[in-house]
Write a protein of this length. Structure first.
Length: 391
């Protein structure tokens, strides 16, 4: 019997890349159903793995360099160039320079972390002749509104006394003036297209500080400080450039980096899958599949709002292909995903354990969960055949 399974997971933050997760699932499915045809299509959404995925998909090139990390130490980062492209197009994932995985757990304070290294990546891409930049936004460890990135590109953020603000989101509460006179002139000659979560905005009750600040280590008091800082930042950007970025779709992406791309770098924001799916062949693979298995570290009521499992499931549903989602944790509101194309879901955890244990055992747990899910599918297939025979 011919049976094709498409394996299209996201990565598991601080544990497995999308490619590693796909390998784990593939191994589990193979144990349960050795005769199945397996198609591996690791998914990215602009976060970790964005650069490598597009470099690999187009036969492009990868470039490594040292930049300023989110806690102001030097780190090794990378950017790429698309292959087979007439217009020199650089690929940058902000997570390579300011991702949450680069912030040690005992230093997670989004009031202080910076996107300065992202600006250094942009500058390096310009140095290598980029005429277009695809900027992936996701998996950030910052809440500085992209101010650090802007600073690295010659934009000065000043307090009421004309002094340069220190790095970090909290300092933006004292922002009075943005000096654009030293802005890198090459920004006027390059097209920047940022892949963002379209649902994330900079300010308001669903602004980036209130929704994502706690995930990055912010206390309730720090969340309110950052929310105030983002309000001030949006006001000064509007006063300086005439652009109202506060509630613009995607402005809150990656700790507010989207706001700086739009308001200070003259870039454009796009729903992230509008960018990603230009280079990945997910729809073609779905058309070949009998079953899709997707996965992510967490599955909950936020998943339908721009996360990989929901995007995969919605595309599969249009093609009439069933979808199983595997997740490290199952959170509040998870059943909402049934309305967005996911037909069944399961946690990879089989017993209570610490976060450290879950991360270290993730490859084994994900592979076992994929095997178990596949065996359940096979039971269903067997029952269906028996019912068909009886009829």
């Amino acid at each position: 019997m011919s049976f094709t399974v498409l394996i299209a997971p996201s990565g598991f933050k601080e544990s497995l890349s999308a490619d590693q997760a796909a390998d784990c699932i593939k191994n589990g499915v193979k144990r349960a159903f050795p005769g199945a045809t397996l198609i591996k299509a690791p998914m990215v959404d602009g976060g970790e793995g964005f650069t490598m995925a597009l470099v690999n998909a187009t036969g492009g090139t990868l470039h490594r360099l040292s930049v300023t990390g989110p806690v102001n130490d030097r780190i090794e980062a990378h950017f790429g160039f698309l292959g087979g492209c007439s217009e020199p197009t650089a690929i940058i994932e902000m997570a390579a320079a300011a991702g949450l995985s680069l912030v040690p757990r005992d230093r997670r304070n989004p009031c202080l972390t910076t996107s300065y290294g992202v600006g250094e990546l942009v500058r390096a891409a310009l140095d290598k002749g980029a005429r277009r930049i695809l900027l992936g936004c996701g998996d950030s460890g910052i809440n500085d509104g992209g101010a650090g990135m802007a600073e690295a590109l010659g934009i000065r953020l000043l307090d009421e006394n004309g002094r340069l603000l220190p790095r970090g989101g909290a300092a933006l509460a004292r922002l009075a003036t943005i000096d654009m006179s030293g802005r890198d002139p090459r920004l006027d000659e390059v097209r920047i297209d940022a892949a963002v979560n379209w649902h994330n905005v900079l300010i308001g009750e669903r602004g980036v500080a209130r929704i994502f600040g706690p995930q990055k280590g912010a206390s309730p008091a720090q969340v309110e400080l950052l929310a105030t800082a983002m309000d001030t930042y949006a006001e000064v950007i509007q006063r300086t450039t005439g652009l109202d970025v506060g509630m613009a779709p995607g402005s809150g992406a990656s700790g507010g980096l989207g706001a700086a791309v739009l308001g200070l770098l003259s870039g454009r924001l796009h729903p992230r899958y509008d960018i990603v799916m230009q280079y990945l062949e997910l729809d073609r693979f779905i058309a070949q599949a009998d079953l899709v298995i997707t996965a992510e570290g967490s599955l909950d009521g936020q998943t339908p709002f721009g996360k990989v499992p929901a995007e995969v499931a919605q595309r599969a549903k249009r093609a009439g292909v069933p979808v199983i989602a595997l997740a490290g944790t199952i959170g509040k509101g998870v059943r909402l995903n049934f309305e967005h194309g996911i037909d069944a879901f399961a946690s990879i955890l089989t017993r209570p354990c610490s976060l450290e244990d879950a991360i270290s055992c993730a490859p084994k747990l994900l592979s076992r969960a994929a095997e178990d899910a596949t065996r359940m599918v096979m039971v269903g297939m067997s029952l269906r055949h028996r019912l068909d025979d009886a009829a």
